[in-house]
Ligand binder design. Structure first.
Ligand code: DO4
Ligand code: MG
Length: 283
């Protein structure tokens, strides 16, 4: 089951995605928001009970919103060998840090975005004015409720400024966290509806003027860590009163001569969820 958050003239709603239309949920009772549903003991059951089966909304009649309310967005890094190799090439000074964290029990975890920095499907993602080397990072994103239980999955784009990060690892928050730095969407697939981890493929396609300028893919089976391990480390002495999303790291990094340009369109497809598409802006 897939849950989307959307806007119409009548306000913000949550609906079940079924092909090219949505069945809206009745949010007038105890479950008034996406977060309330994710907090339910069995979110899929609550969703079925709230559905208004006689109403169908076409995607052309709604605007998809990022499927997030007040949750923080965190990210894990260097969870795939490809990310380790690319980072070691990017910064001689920090190479041993990336090498060590890939092998260490403690993962790299960082705060990626607050909800106002998140763009949903079709909304622009930003490259920084002061950065010259920028890439998208396609990442399976875990959706946790306030009890740190994994209740769903969505597609994440951890936009990154490689020249800033490569200059000095202490600049990582500036390379990663800024306005419109995180893509999340197009919706959430409830955990019960996801394919097994080893069958989840991730594809990144970047278009410029309609032409493909980069294409790459990986699979979650290439990730060096388990979801449980990452959630366990994230939750250590940490509370999330609104729930938390965790991007799980990239396994696709374009070659070093590639940088995003304003006007590019980034499509990330993850099996079991769908495609998150965002145009890129700068300035
Ligand atoms: O340490 C740099 C960030 C790593 C990252 O974002 C990733 O591997 O996805
Ligand atoms: Mg990343």
């Amino acid at each position: 089951m897939k849950l989307a958050k959307y806007q119409t003239d009548e306000g913000v709603g949550v609906g079940i995605v079924e092909g090219d239309q949505l069945t809206p949920l009745n949010l007038d009772g105890d479950f008034g928001s996406l977060s309330d549903i994710l907090e339910a003991e069995v979110p899929g059951q609550v969703t079925t009970e709230l559905a208004e089966p006689k109403i169908k909304l076409a995607f052309s009649d709604i605007t998809l919103l990022p499927p997030i309310d007040e949750q923080e967005v965190w990210a894990a890094g260097v969870t795939y060998k490809r990310s380790k190799t690319a980072r070691m090439e990017e910064s001689e000074a920090a190479a041993s840090c990336y090498d060590r964290v890939y092998e260490s029990s403690r993962p790299e975890l960082f705060m990626k975005a607050t909800p106002h920095r998140v763009s949903g499907h079709g909304q622009p993602l930003r490259i920084r004015e002061d950065a010259k080397w920028n890439v998208p990072e396609p990442e399976l994103t875990l959706v946790m409720n306030t009890k740190k239980q994994l209740v769903g999955f969505t597609v994440g784009n951890d936009m990154s400024s490689r020249d800033i990060e490569g200059d000095n690892p202490l600049y990582l928050p500036q390379a990663k966290v800024y306005s419109q730095c995180a893509g999340v969407g197009p919706w959430i697939t409830l955990a019960s509806a996801m394919p097994p981890r080893e069958e989840i493929g991730i594809t990144l396609v970047i278009r410029r003027g309609g032409e493909i300028v980069f294409e790459g893919d990986t699979g979650v089976d290439q990730m060096a860590r388990t979801f449980e391990d990452l959630i366990g480390w994230l939750g250590r002495d940490n509370s999330f009163p609104n729930g938390v999303y965790l991007m799980t790291g990239t396994g696709v990094v374009p070659d070093s001569d590639f940088t995003l340009q304003p006007g590019d369109v980034v499509d990330i497809t993850i099996d079991g969820i769908g495609t998150l598409s965002n145009p890129v802006v700068q300035g």
